[in-house]
Write a protein that binds this ligand. Sequence first.
Ligand SMILES: *Cc1c(COP(=O)(O)O)cnc(C)c1O
Length: 409
Amino acid sequence: MEGFTTRIVHSDRLDPIEHGSLHKPVHSNVAYGYSDARELAAVFQGTKAGMTYGRQVNPTVTALEAKLTRMEQGVQTVCFSTGMAAIGSLIFSLLRAGDHFVSSAFLFGNTNSLFQTFATHGVDVTFVDATSVEAVEAAITPRTRLVFVETIANPRTQVAALEEIGALCRARGLIYVVDNTMTSPYLFQPRTVGASLVVNSLTKYIGGHGNALGGAITDVGNFDWASFDNILEIYRKGAPERFGITQIRKKGLRDFGAALAPEAAHHIAVGAETLALRQDRQCSNAAAMTALLEAHPKVARVYYPGLPSHPQHDRARALFRHPGALFSFELRPDVDIWEFQARLDVIVKSSNLGDNRTLAIPVAHTIYYEMGPERRASMGIAESLIRISVGIEDTTDLIADLERALAGE
Ligand SMILES: *Cc1c(COP(=O)(O)O)cnc(C)c1O
């Protein structure tokens, strides 16, 4: 099964599945009974495959994990209740007090906030401009264990130096974590640039329908876990390529407890089947909308990696199947952003992204409000910046909506 969508839609039945069902059923089950206590003990000790307790393992979630592993062409995946839970559990289970990591400064807002909290617990972070490998390299110290980047940043769409940072991490023996949420494994597979662990918020493009929260970490097989001394002795069993995910599953998922609900796993698995179809449409809509906006006299600037004016346009073209379905733009000072948004009819005013519906949000006044005007200015977030997460609506309706709102009708 070579093609991306073929792999997804036939994933469940590649493993034994009840009654020949074509979807893995929802197992809304917490505990598992064993007729023999010796077997129960063997399952707990990991010498026999089996189910222990719903916080650690669930058949519906296991099927989704296998699907995600196939999508990223990785080794193993562990799911969490949200994307934030995946990121938090990753840092929590792999780093220790005194360790340091380097992170892109162009980061999902809650991830930025989370990393600052880790610093108060003794795991230090340095934020750098990850569009430049030199900036990442300059921040590395003898205590650095990990580098964290996103593929395309939100809302200004900076594209990290993904390939160069991968080479740097390999040379320095650092764990390379790539948050692939904005691209998804359909547009980009971080395995190809040397990522160690790939994070996906399943809430966004993979689930796609805005009806379930979820997150995942996939080990894509590039990191030598045997040489990483934060792996505890008890998890150094079997194939070394599994040490990292085993420790994340035990110390992160089991002990921290942010398990993905089986019903949410089912919604996400169904959504994932159409990921490629949806993203093809969303990305072509984004291309049409940004072309219109960039040429419009009432628009000051458009940020979208698909535009030749974007500073990392060539990098995006080289790495991604399409340049994403999220863009942002600034209106000219004489255009009132509130009146403009009030005139939008098809495009919904909402904070989410990756939905089937096109969503718009005034960035400085909402998701970046808490930062204050100075930090916003330092991050290049203009007061008039509007972010659009492009949906699957008919292109002509989206274009007409923008034209009408810009014309002031
Ligand atoms: C939304 C998002 C997250 C967090 O995911 P949730 O499922 O909302 O917790 C992490 N990273 C990126 C890039 C995101 O867009």
